[in-house]
Write a protein that binds this ligand. Structure first.
Ligand code: BYC
Length: 485
C-alpha cells in the first residue's frame, strides 16, 4: 500500500506515487507531469544499457517505521519513481545559525532563495550523474546478485533526482523548472555540459571502481545529505532524511563489494603463499597493490567533494540555517559558532621559499567543510579497518591504508601541490615519475577490465570476487535476481 491519498487526479497519482498530496496542487502536478517523459527518455538513453526483462527491486512505498519498501520483480522502466518526504514534525524548530530556535520554514525566505537553489541543484546533479557513470557496468556483472544491486542503486539514484526535482518544481517557480530540465541536459564526462562536481565526471568503467565509488563517493552523499537534513527549510530536511534510508544500501554494496574483492585476493595469496602481483593477476584476481591504487583514487577524488578547507559559502549556509553540521544536535556548543575557531589543513611557510603541510587556525564557521570532511575521513577509516581484518584473519601481514589528505587533490589548499600518499610534498617531476605507483595506470585498468567477464548464470560468480555472505531480502545467493531477455 502507498500513502497516496485518493482524489480527483487518481490516475496521475498512480503514475507518481507520493506522500505530498500532489493531486491538491494542479500547477505542480502539471509541471512534474511534463518533466516525467523527459526523465524516462533520459533513463532510456543514459540509464542502464543492458537489456533486462525484470529485476528483483526494492521500491519505496511509504515512509513509516515499518515496511517502507516493497520487494518484487519489476521491469525497470516501470519502476515507480515516487516522491517521499519523511513525516513532518509540526513543532520542529531550527537547530543552528542565526535563526536558531525559530520555527522551521515551510516556504523559502526570499533572501535565501538562490543559495538554497544552488545546494539543491548540486545535490540533484550528482544523482543522475552516477547513473550515467554506471551505465555500462551491467554487461560485465560478476553475478546476478551484483547485477541486481547495481540496478537497485541506479533506480534509487533516479528517485533521488525526483526528490530534488520535486523541491525545485514545488518551491522555485520558473527557474526551478529550468533547473529541472538542466539536470537532464548536463551529462557525466560531457565536454560541453559536464556534471557540476569533479568526481561525477570520472568514469566507472569496471566493478572495482563501482565498489570503490559506492564506498567512498556515496559516503560523501551520506554526509552531505546528513547536513542538509538539518536544514531550516523543512521540505529539504524531510526529503534528505528519507533519502538517507535508501543510501544505506548503496554504501552496503560498496563496503561488502570491496570486502569480497579483498577476501578473494587474500585467499589466493594465502593458498599459494605469494604476494607477487603478477601471480595473483595470473590466477584471475586483483592484486592487493591494485586495490590500494583504486582506493587511493576514489578516496582522494571524494575528499574533493567537500569543497575548500575554508569557505565563505559554507559559513553563510550555516549562519542562514540552510546547511548544518553532521549530527548537529549532538554537538556540545552554542550551534552558532560566531566566536569559535578550528584548525584546518594548510600549506605553511617552511623557510627559504619552501612550503610544508601543516595547520592553521580559522573561524569555525569558515572551517565547516573541514569539519565535515573529518567526520567523513574517520568513517572511511572504518572500512579500511574492516578490509584489514579480512587480511589479518587470512594470516597475511599486508594492510590497506587511506592516503594522506593532501594526496591527489584538485580542490582546496592542496590543489596547487603534489604529495605522496605519506604526505611528502613532491615536485611536478617527482610526481610524474612516481604517481603510477599510487594511482591506477593504464596497465592496471586494462588488467582489471580484462577480468570483467560477465557471469549472468544463476548461482555462479566471477573468479576475482568472493560470493556474498547473504542474499537480498532473505533470498539465497542463487536466486534469480534478474531475468535477462
Ligand atoms: N568539483 O567555497 P567552496 C551524493 C567549487 S554526493 C568542482 O569550498 P562550497 C551522491 C564550488 O562550487 C553529495 N567544483 O565550495 C554520491 C565553488 O564554486 P563557486 C552531493 C567544486 O560551496 C554518489 C568553488 O569551487 N551533495 O549525493 O563551500 C552517488 C569554491 O569552493 C568542487 C552536495 O555536495 C568539486 N568537487 O562547498 C549519488 C551538497 N568543490 O561558488 C549521489 C551540496 C567545490 O566559486 N553542495 N567546488 O562558483 C555543497 O554543500 C557545496 O556546494 C560543496 C562545495 C560541498 C559541494
Amino acid at each position: 500500500m502507498t500513502t497516496v491519498s485518493a482524489g480527483g487526479a487518481a490516475d496521475y497519482t498512480e503514475k507518481i506515487p507520493n506522500n505530498v498530496d500532489l493531486h491538491e496542487d494542479r500547477r505542480l502536478q502539471r509541471a512534474l507531469e511534463s518533466w516525467q517523459p523527459n526523465f524516462l527518455n533520459w533513463w532510456e538513453s543514459m540509464g542502464p544499457a543492458l537489456p533486462t526483462q525484470d529485476v528483483y527491486l526494492r521500491t519505496a512505498i511509504n515512509v513509516g517505521r515499518e515496511g517502507w519498501a516493497h520487494f518484487g520483480h519489476v521491469a525497470m522502466r516501470d519502476y515507480r519513481w515516487g516522491i517521499f518526504l519523511a513525516e513532518r514534525d509540526p513543532g520542529r524548530t531550527i537547530g543552528f545559525g542565526e535563526h536558531k530556535g525559530e520555527p522551521a520554514w515551510q516556504q523559502i525566505p526570499g533572501e535565501y532563495r538562490s543559495e538554497l537553489r544552488r545546494l539543491i541543484v548540486i545535490q540533484g546533479d550528482t544523482e543522475p550523474a552516477s547513473v550515467e557513470q554506471q551505465r555500462n557496468l551491467g554487461a560485465t556483472a560478476p553475478s546476478l546478485y551484483d547485477l541486481r544491486n547495481l540496478f537497485q542503486v541506479n533506480v534509487e539514484e533516479g528517485r533521488h533526482l525526483w526528490a530534488m526535482v520535486y523541491l525545485l518544481q514545488a518551491y522555485f517557480g520558473r527557474d526551478g523548472r529550468e533547473e529541472a530540465e538542466d539536470l537532464l541536459r548536463r551529462n557525466s564526462g560531457s565536454e560541453d555540459s559536464p556534471r557540476i562536481l569533479g568526481a561525477f565526471n570520472e568514469e566507472t568503467p569496471d566493478w572495482l571502481s563501482f565498489f570503490m565509488f559506492t564506498y567512498f563517493t556515496d559516503r560523501d552523499g551520506k554526509y552531505q545529505l546528513g547536513t542538509l537534513k538539518e536544514s531550516a527549510f523543512d521540505p529539504l530536511s524531510r526529503t534528505c532524511e528519507f533519502m538517507l534510508k535508501e543510501e544505506a544500501h548503496h554504501m552496503f554494496v560498496g563496503t561488502t563489494g570491496v570486502d569480497r574483492v579483498v577476501e578473494r585476493t587474500a585467499q589466493l595469496m594465502a593458498d599459494h603463499d605469494t604476494d607477487d602481483a603478477a601471480e595473483i593477476a595470473a590466477r584471475g584476481a586483483i592484486p592487493l597493490a591494485v586495490i590500494q591504487k583504486y582506493l587511493n583514487f576514489h578516496y582522494s577524488v571524494s575528499l574533493d567533494l567537500f569543497g575548500g578547507e575554508t569557505s565563505t559559502n559554507v559559513a553563510n549556509y550555516y549562519t542562514a540555517g540552510l546547511k548544518g553540521r553532521w549530527m548537529e544536535d549532538r554537538r556540545k556548543d552554542d550551534h552558532q559558532l560566531t566566536s569559535d575557531a578550528i584548525l584546518v589543513d594548510a600549506l605553511v611557510d617552511a623557510g627559504s621559499g619552501s612550503q610544508s603541510i601543516g595547520q592553521t587556525e580559522v573561524l569555525a564557521l569558515t572551517g565547516l567543510n573541514t569539519d565535515l570532511r573529518r567526520e567523513y575521513i574517520s568513517d572511511c577509516q572504518s572500512g579500511v579497518n574492516r578490509w584489514n581484518k579480512i587480511l589479518a584473519e587470512t594470516g597475511l601481514p599486508q594492510r590497506l591504508k587511506l592516503p594522506h589528505v593532501a594526496f591527489n587533490r584538485k580542490v582546496g589548499v592542496f590543489a596547487g601541490i603534489e604529495a605522496s600518499p605519506e604526505g611528502e610534498i613532491l615536485s611536478a617531476d617527482e610526481w610524474a615519475q612516481r604517481s603510477g605507483a599510487w594511482l591506477p595506470t593504464d596497465v592496471d585498468k586494462t588488467h582489471v577490465r580484462s577480468l570483467m567477464q560477465p557471469v549472468h548464470e544463476r548461482g555462479k560468480i566471477a573468479a576475482w570476487i568472493a560470493p556474498p555472505r547473504n542474499g537480498i531480502n532473505g533470498k539465497p545467493f542463487d536466486y534469480e535476481y534478474v531475468h535477462l531477455p
